[in-house]
Design a protein around this ligand. Structure first.
Ligand code: OX2
Length: 836
């Protein structure tokens, strides 16, 4: 029976459930209470970390108040909810963003100031929550911010990895990896929910049961069980009550301890079992855009969807609605194919546990799920070996086979006798072993499939899933161009520019309504605004220069052009082409007289990004960048005219320093390979100019800000296949400038050339799959154009203003509203300040 409070005590609860007033004295009291009582510190035993903890816990109380009211309000209203399922959430730090969302940053600053602490110092004490690899995980974090801010009743679901993405150190120019044990000092931003837990089964066997009336059912039994425990991360909307939840699952052993085993003297085995359960959520797989078929990863995926669906179903069942209501109460978004096992899992629950017919169950499933594809790279498309799934999830494998059978029957009906089409469209790929094509399963089990930028959504339709487009007659496939949250990626990371924009627009309403930025266009030619605008840019460059100096001891000039490429290191993103371009520039500079050199635009080229630990070629690119930097930065003839810096351990917090400081940022993927990109949006929002290919969201950014304000180069996506084909069948004509650059490497200009042989070979004997040679001349030309443009200070300032002014479309608020209206069919549910 449920516990109910004695009515005469209700007022006591009320007092604690009502958010505290944001007053200096109240803030100081809650800060000191946490510092002394929660963390057992005193006035004479304090440091910045202690005050970070006290501040975070004080803020956490405010978050929880809002979060509780939100949850109670949603329970009362019971709106349709969206569940955003993602194996990655790259949240970064929370303190600053929470202070801003709750509108209490200034008052906290004052309160702390009076106590002798500087808020800026505390903010730097927080470790990043880095439960993601790159764009995909950060997108999920931006979407949570927008869902909360726009008052949507939404939940994020993910895994609470004990180790986030590894820490990158550069040793002798090479990437080395260190574990990111981010929970070591506690995590103020989560609430452990030992009361919310579910069992998850693996392996075992499937029992076929024939009922008296002859119907057949299946029961999945035996095997081993682990428990999923919930950890809740509140996400406050900006300037609203709505505070949504990311529920992260952590694996625990099902039984506290196997005492039978223990008593048999098998202590070690009993402990081992304990460990193997916890292993499931131990570590984030550090691959971006690349699939590795490890069994532990498959376990993570099932563990995650199994716990999540039990949680969603428990919430649905509270209101005693019929199952047919489920898709009208629940929408589930799959962030890539990683959570696709949710499709057979829901089907299994509905038929095996809830007793629905296959058809009724499948109708519910396909009305509930929708799927976002984030890549066209073949090595990133998930395929799991049938025997692996059969062993780990025997009942799911049966269900996947049945889903496939019924699906192919429909294909056969629509295209009779087309054997090759059936082979192409089968969810099961023939081979030794057979494989499950997870994207096909996700498409068949979803009502809507979207790509993440216009070009990418077209490539999905025309190049990677054309048979499915034909089969579903164009329905099902759509585009939702990615977006970024303007809260973190302008208001928080660039406070000077944010204040200036607010001043010029006369209001800060742009923070929640990015359409307002369009009004900045009026100021593009205003000399005073231009001056102030570029002064802010310079401040941000000084901040980055200081950071670079503190980390690498390299002195860079804030008066040079800051040319930045920061993202995961990947061949398709072509950091290799960038550094080859740098070498080309260096060789050219070396041929100039000192007088000629003095007329050049000084340039700082910044790289940052992690390589997957097992990605040999990507790691060599890092080494080459550092070797080139070593030579160039120490060449007295070159001085400030060219500097090359690799900043180690790129993460969200570093991005917040780097992005506002760019003059140019590079987004130079081979056309058709970068689905969208999202850092391109962040740079331009901060008044940086893109030098990039006609790829991903670069194209739409160009449309919005105007082609005069972006440096495009390179072949178009529809030319790539033909060029690759030719490259395979004839000797590649190496661009002569590129040949020179490779000669310099091979001469040993940047150290032992043997080291770089495998890298150089990708361009020569390797067939240059990413078309670096083909694009090299136009890349160099675009770089020269950017030098010329930078000399015109007024013209550049105008471009920069027009960049920011044109970015309205790329707010994640716009993306989320599109998903909500067109795909999830959910409406905002405004949470009142207090409940009565
Ligand atoms: C990334 C894509 O590579 C990137 O282009 C996109 O902007 C981002 O997802 C968010 O949509 N893993 N990471 C991605 O795709 C996959 C798969």
């Amino acid at each position: 029976p449920r516990w109910l409070p004695p009515p005469e005590t209700l007022h006591l609860w009320k007092e604690f459930e009502t958010p505290e007033p944001a007053e200096i004295k109240a803030i100081q009291k809650s800060f000191l209470r946490h510092v002394t009582k929660t963390f057992a510190r005193t006035a004479f035993n304090m440091d910045n970390f202690g005050s970070y903890q006290g501040t975070a816990y004080s803020l956490r109380d405010r978050l929880i108040d809002k979060w509780n009211i939100t949850q109670q309000h949603h329970t009362r209203e019971d709106p349709k909810r969206v569940y955003y399922l993602s194996l990655e959430f790259l949240l970064g730090r929370s303190l600053d963003s929470c202070l801003l969302s709750l509108g209490v940053k200034d008052i906290y600053k004052k309160a702390l100031d009076e106590l002798g602490f500087r808020l800026e110092d505390l903010i730097g004490e927080e470790v990043d929550a880095a439960l993601g690899n790159g764009g995909l995980g950060r997108l999920a974090a931006c979407y949570m911010d927008s869902l909360a801010t726009l008052d949507y009743p939404a939940w994020g679901y993910g895994i609470r990895y004990n180790y986030g993405i590894f820490k990158q150190l550069i040793v002798d120019g090479y990437q080395t990896e260190f574990p990111d044990y981010w929970l070591n000092f506690g995590n103020p931003w989560e609430i452990e929910r030992l009361d919310v837990s579910y069992e998850v089964r693996f392996r075992g066997y499937v029992n076929k049961v024939t009922e008296e009336d002859g119907t057949i059912s299946y029961v999945w039994e035996g095997g081993e069980k682990v428990v999923a425990v919930a950890y809740d991360v509140p996400i406050p909307g900006y300037g609203t009550m709505n505070t949504i939840n990311i529920r992260l699952w952590s694996a625990k052993p099902a039984r506290e301890f196997d005492f039978a085993m223990f008593n048999d003297g098998n202590y070690e085995k009993a402990v081992e079992e304990q460990k193997s359960a916890e292993n499931i959520t131990s570590v984030l797989y550090p691959n971006d855009n690349h699939m590795v078929g490890k069994i532990l990863r498959l376990k993570q995926q099932y563990f995650f969807v199994c716990a999540t669906l039990q949680d969603a179903i428990r919430r649905f069942k509270k209101t005693n609605r019929p199952w047919s209501d489920f898709p009208y109460q629940v929408s589930i978004q799959l962030n890539d194919t990683h959570p696709t096992l949710g499709i057979p899992e829901l089907q299994r629950i509905l038929i095996d546990e809830e007793g629905l017919s296959w058809d009724d169950a499948w109708d519910i499933v396909t009305k509930t799920f929708s799927f976002t594809n984030h890549t066209v790279l073949p090595e990133a498309l998930e395929r799991w070996a049938v025997p692996l799934i059969q062993d780990l999830l025997p009942r799911h494998m049966m269900i996947i086979f049945d889903i496939n059978l019924f699906f192919l029957q429909k294909v056969e009906k629509k295209f009779p006798g087309d054997r090759d089409r059936l082979r192409r469209m089968s969810i099961i790929e023939e081979g030794h072993p057979q494989n499950v094509r997870m994207a096909f399963l996700a498409i068949v089990g979803s009502h809507t499939v979207n790509g993440v930028a216009a070009l990418h959504s077209n490539l999905i339709k025309n190049d990677i899933f054309p048979d499915f487009v034909e089969f579903y007659e164009g329905n099902k496939f759509t585009n939702v161009t990615n977006g970024i949250t303007p809260r973190r990626w302008l208001h928080q990371c660039n406070p000077a520019l944010s204040d200036f924009i607010t001043q010029k627009l006369g209001s800060d309403s742009w923070v929640k309504d990015l359409e307002q930025l369009k009004k900045l266009k009026e100021f593009a030619d205003d000399a005073a605004v231009q001056k102030q605008w570029m002064a802010i840019k310079r401040q941000n460059k000084v901040r980055l220069a200081d950071y670079i100096h503190s980390i690498t001891s390299i002195q860079v000039s804030p008066d040079s052009l800051f040319d930045i490429q920061v993202k995961r290191i990947h061949e398709y993103k072509r950091q290799f082409m960038n550094i080859l371009g740098v070498i080309h520039r260096y060789l050219r500079l070396k041929k100039l007289t000192p007088e000629q050199r003095a007329k050049e635009v000084p340039r700082l080229v910044v790289f940052a990004g992690k390589s997957a630990p097992g990605y040999f070629i990507a790691k060599l690119v890092i080494k080459l960048i550092n070797s080139v930097g070593e030579v160039v930065n120490n060449d007295p003839e070159i001085g400030d005219i060219l500097k090359v810096v690799f900043i180690p351990n790129y993460n969200v917090s570093l991005a917040e320093i780097i992005i506002p400081a760019s003059d140019i940022s590079q987004h130079i993927s081979t056309a058709g390979t970068e689905a969208s990109g999202t850092s391109n949006m962040k740079f331009v929002l901060n008044g940086g100019i893109i030098l990039g290919t006609v790829d991903g969201a670069n194209i739409e950014i160009g449309e919005e800000i105007g082609e005069d304000n972006i440096f495009f180069f390179g072949v178009k996506a529809d030319e790539v296949e033909d060029i690759r084909h030719l490259n395979r069948y004839r000797k590649i004509e190496m661009d002569p400038d590129l040949r020179n650059v490779l000669d310099a490497i091979e001469r040993g200009t940047f150290g032992d050339p043997k080291i770089f042989e495998p890298l150089v070979a990708t361009l020569t004997v390797g067939g240059d799959y990413y078309l670096i040679s083909k694009d090299f001349a136009s890349y160099i030309e675009a770089q020269a154009d950017s030098d010329e443009a930078y000399k015109d200070k007024v013209g550049w300032a105008k471009k920069s203003i027009l960049c920011t002014a044109g970015m309205s479309k790329f707010s994640s608020d716009r993306s989320i509203n599109e998903y909500a209206e067109r795909i999830w069919k959910i409406k905002p549910c405004t949470v009142p300040a207090t409940l009565n």
